[in-house]
Design a protein around this ligand. Sequence first.
Ligand SMILES: *Cc1c(COP(=O)(O)O)cnc(C)c1O
Length: 416
Amino acid sequence: MRFDLPSDKIPTAWFNALAHLPEPMDPPLHPGTREPVGPDDLSPLFPMALIEQEMSPAPWVDVPGEVIDILKLWRPTPLVRAERLEQELGTPARIYYKDESVSPAGSHKPNTAVPQAFYNKAEGITRLTTETGAGQWGTSLAFATAQYGIECKVYMVRTSFDSKPYRRILMETWGAECVPSPVADPSSPGSLGMAISDAVADAAGRADSHYALGSVLNHVLLHQTVIGLEAKEQLALAGEGLPSVVIGACGGGSNLGGIAFPFMNDAGVRLLAVEPTSCPTLTEGSYGYDFGDTAGLTPLMPMYTLGADFMPPEIHAGGLRYHGDSPIVSALVKAGRMEAVACPQSKVFEAATLFARTEGKLPAPETGHAIRAAIDEALAAKETGEEKVILFNYSGHGFLDLSAYDAYNQGNLIDE
Ligand SMILES: *Cc1c(COP(=O)(O)O)cnc(C)c1O
């Protein structure tokens, strides 16, 4: 019930959702002048190749061979039919998941960390800075920079730095430096927005350094489309046509965009974003221009947002605690092409535990959101008797989130 592709089937071009949007997107605005940003505004932070991808109108963008050579370490990833879960639910739906947990860092994030490190090195950059929340992105960039022999400094949200040492240890083992953020205020618990401010200020101040972002930006989502492109081929291998619905957990939108965008032109395929009720950007935020960070250093982006100073409550799905969302995902939701739902974490852990007991794998709490929605879709199909095909993104494993499972197992997990 597992559908594998040979390594020569790794996609050789990324799918560029920008070129396929129903309406052209509003441009990002300069934080000072509020004029549309141009390539020169971004060049202190990003290599020209990524700036071009950020704005590219090309429907497809070639994947460099040197990037494919590293992706081959774990790609193509498996597509698995969750038959035991289907049986447990008694649903006529067929449930498939794309297993991105098999990467070295344990999530989908290396799919973009590798090309970002590659393009920076190709333009002579020897050091990258970034922020990380729970640590998944920091570990992914630490892995990728180690592959290319460049330095990496990670600003980690202080609460996670203090409470979750394992991902810091992974980063350090891969050779990166990891410090708690905000650097200027050791009494603050920190937030993703503050950590972005720290990492951007560091990179902007040094000629040898650039900044790398793990989600939200167009080029990040572009790199993640290998997920959906492979899944399309694997569904055909499984004898399926198009899925009825494609589901992803949504923090900044990268794993969701990665699996869903290659299906955006396929009429009749529903696209579904799943977010936590405690950080309900798409379901309760407002659409408009906002900063990506707290200090107002980043360009203003058109997106659904809860406000750049929104402080989400502590939840176990740290990767979903971001006030904004990808402008492309936001545009698709606004246009009605993509749906969004929010789930409380108790229901998420109930679904994640059922998945672990039936399918064996222990999902990341973020991934649990996609599983919750997939199960709800399958239960709805049981009511109607519909034989629908559900595809979701298994964005990462939960081996470094065991304390969250412990809290759930002991009955100590609360909903905000
Ligand atoms: C970071 C992360 C997410 C959320 O980020 P997106 O950019 O929305 O994909 C989801 N799942 C896992 C496992 C993650 O590490």
